[in-house]
Design a protein around this ligand. Structure first.
Ligand code: WT7
Length: 654
């Protein structure tokens, strides 16, 4: 396929190896019968009832999937409250079981039973009401990994106020842009947090962001830092005083329609602006509960740990909503995996007797680099299942995880999904299908995904193409439910499969093998993935070209031993200005200011000109090949082939 070749999608060779799940796992698995695939095929969409059945509904839905005015509604007519499903309904059976377990960076430990969680969520919901938050008001949260974050999310869900969580590592600029875009007049934040023992303040960034938005902002401040007691302004309230004022209050949960918004989250898209993704109450919650049950095999009596940050979709779906909907104990960890020592995570797994552990390939590669002596020091025998998400996992890292963390007795689920999909879409069902290191797995039962070429025709097994989802699913976001945004015609890069009426374009390249297992090759749009986090090249490039003295910029990813992928910024300066250290620093600062330190470039490469096609388009692919130290193909299509040699030597000398 032509487009695929251009995008370099046909070069990947998956490893031909398969491993079966241990019998002991299969015997206890939530889903162990392979007939589930056929059941979904034959009874689609009604087979999705089993996901809705994992929840408590105030009002039954009329129909599983309704098509209306070119849009889709899951569980239409149904009424429920997400907070009730994650908290209240567990009280009769497990009020004294731990719901949240928190491990702080300074070694502190705190936990909340379901009853304690119920109380604090109610008190905070009452406080939010008191501040004027009503049903439908969007509440922004800019908070580190502390229990007050999920508590605030659940309190919002209780009163029907969608939340808008912004990752605490983002800059003031990024927070301000997201608050403005969301028209959000409420902000819940924190004085700061600890990272590797050092205090990091958040309040100053929150202040800068609030000052930059149009509407007046009402702020709630959680106190996390010792010895830091900022004076509160007129519209600022302390979390602990609010709780004290509303102690013992209870708030009746607001009945929400299945199709009502549960939350908004901003992710990176292909434009310079962050992309809003809105998830529904009934569809999303059913879907995260179902995938937590079927893929992560979570049981109420488990201690489950996903090491992501709640600021990303992974944390929303698989630290908060999915696990709590199932009534399990979910672990929250503030801080770095190597502080105070590189055994930190394994020490927590041992102490908390974690049953299921879910992390990202970038973390696994770091563990591998640090060496197996760290996990070897600990008893990890409580582990039953391991998971990975966020980027492709190379077979070597997969095997290391399997051997050194799972002791060859835990299945691994390599779960492919996106902010937009709400939950896991492609993965083995761990008790049903064999694992193939390097391939995520087949689409889940009820999920229809295909790999197509530039014309929308299905490609042969083993050939690269574009991954599209050509059937609706309960976790689909509001934007997709309401029309064809991001579907079929959204991108010229990835047309819909021939003869298929509707398709969601994932913007990922992939290949499918003879067994229907999908290997993800990476993004085909202008979104790049660094250490499992998503950034829009446009967003970063426009921040860089705003710098006085910079003429043009192109941002790509290149291989990096530690992180898998790292960011390379290629820039040309105005009037051939000297490539001063100052300008390089300005580029780094600009990126940190617009997004945050997580997007800091590994290299800033100065070049007299960026390589361009005859029509003046920057050849990002070529810049990526240079960053990856790959052989460069034919350069004859370039308008300015002479710059390539200079760029190469600038990268090598960096
Ligand atoms: C992009 C979505 C879903 C939560 C975390 C990221 C990449 C995700 C995998 C995987 C290969 C993966 C894709 C996708 N990705 N999971 N198992 N194997 N690639 O969510 O920030 O929306 O990023 O992450 O490229 O499009 P996100």
């Amino acid at each position: 396929m032509d487009d695929g070749n251009d995008a370099g999608l046909d070069t990947y060779q998956p490893v031909d190896e398969r491993l079966s799940p241990p019998k002991s796992f299969v015997e206890q698995a939530n889903v162990a019968d392979g007939a589930i695939y056929a059941d979904f095929d034959e009874n689609w969409p009604d087979a999705w009832e089993r996901a809705a059945d994992l929840l408590d509904w105030d009002e039954d839905y009329d129909q599983v999937l309704t098509e209306r005015d070119g849009g889709y509604r899951w569980f239409d007519g149904g009424q429920l409250n997400a907070c009730v499903n994650c908290v209240d309904r567990h009280l009769p059976e497990r009020k004294n079981q731990r719901a949240l377990v928190w491990e702080g960076q300074l070694g502190e430990r705190r936990s909340y039973t379901y009853l304690e969680l119920y109380r604090e969520v109610n008190e905070f919901a009452a406080a939010l009401r008191g501040l004027g938050v009503g049903e439908g008001d969007l509440v922004t949260m800019y908070m580190p990994m502390i229990p007050e974050l999920p508590i605030a999310m659940l309190a919002c869900a209780r009163i029907g106020a969608p939340h808008n969580v912004v990752f605490a590592g983002f800059s003031a600029d990024a927070l301000g842009t997201r608050m403005d875009a969301a028209d959000s007049e409420y902000l819940i934040t924190c004085d700061g947090y600890y990272r590797r023992g050092d205090a990091v303040t958040l309040k100053n960034k929150a202040d800068t962001a609030s000052a930059s938005v149009d509407a007046p902002v009402t702020t709630v401040l959680v106190d996390r830092l010792d010895g830091y007691d900022p004076t509160l302004g007129a519209r600022e309230h302390s979390y602990s005083s609010l709780l004290a004022d509303h102690g013992t209050e209870r708030v009746s949960p607001v009945e929400r329609a299945a199709t009502d918004d549960l939350f908004r989250i901003y992710t990176s898209g292909t434009t310079g602006e962050p992309k809003a993704v809105t998830h529904t109450t009934g569809g999303y919650l059913s879907y995260t509960a179902w995938t937590s049950h079927a893929v992560l095999d979570i049981k109420p009596e488990d201690t489950y740990w996903c090491s992501a940050d709640i600021g990303w979709i992974t944390g929303h779906s698989y630290i908060v909503y999915g696990p709590l909907a199932l009534g399990t104990t979910t672990v929250l960890y503030e801080g770095a995996p190597d502080h105070p020592e590189k055994n930190r995570l394994w020490e927590i797994v041992e102490r908390q007797a974690v049953d299921v552990f879910y992390t990202a390939p970038t973390a696994i590669r770091a563990f591998m680099k640090w060496g197996s002596e760290y996990p070897d020091k600990h008893d990890l025998s409580s582990l039953r299942l391991l998971g990975t998400v966020g980027e492709p996992i190379n077979p070597r890292a997969w095997k290391w995880y399997y051997e050194h963390i799972g002791n060859e007795s835990c299945p691994i689920v390599d779960t492919w999904w996106q902010t937009e999909t709400g939950g896991i879409m492609v993965s083995t069902l761990p008790a049903v299908r064999d694992m193939k290191p390097g391939a995520a797995g087949p689409p889940l039962p009820g999920i229809s995904a295909r790999v197509v070429d530039g014309n929308g025709s299905e490609v042969d097994a083993g050939e690269g193409g574009y991954l599209v989802v050509d059937q609706q699913w309960p976790g689909m976001p509001q934007e997709l439910c309401e029309g064809d945004a991001w579907a079929a015609t959204a991108s010229e890069n990835a047309p819909s499969p021939a003869g298929v009426e509707w398709a969601y374009l994932t913007e990922d390249g992939a290949l499918m093998d003879d067994d229907g297992y999908i290997t993800i090759l990476g993004r085909v749009d202008d979104v790049i993935n660094v250490s499992g986090h998503r950034f829009g090249t446009m967003e970063l490039e426009s921040a860089i070209v705003d710098i006085d003295g910079i003429a043009e910029a192109a941002v790509v990813t290149g291989t990096d031993d530690a992180h898998g992928k790292a960011l390379y910024a290629y820039v040309s300066s105005e009037d051939d200005r000297e490539n001063t250290e100052e300008l390089r620093q300005a580029v780094i600062d600009a990126v940190e200011e617009t997004v945050g330190p997580i997007a800091r470039p590994k290299a800033v490469v100065f070049t007299p000109d960026l390589p361009k096609t005859q029509s003046g388009k920057i050849m990002r692919r070529l810049l990526e090949d240079i960053a990856n130290d790959e052989e460069l193909g034919d350069l004859s299509a370039l308008r300015n082939p002479e710059v390539v040699g200079e760029i190469e030597s600038a990268v090598r000398s960096d």
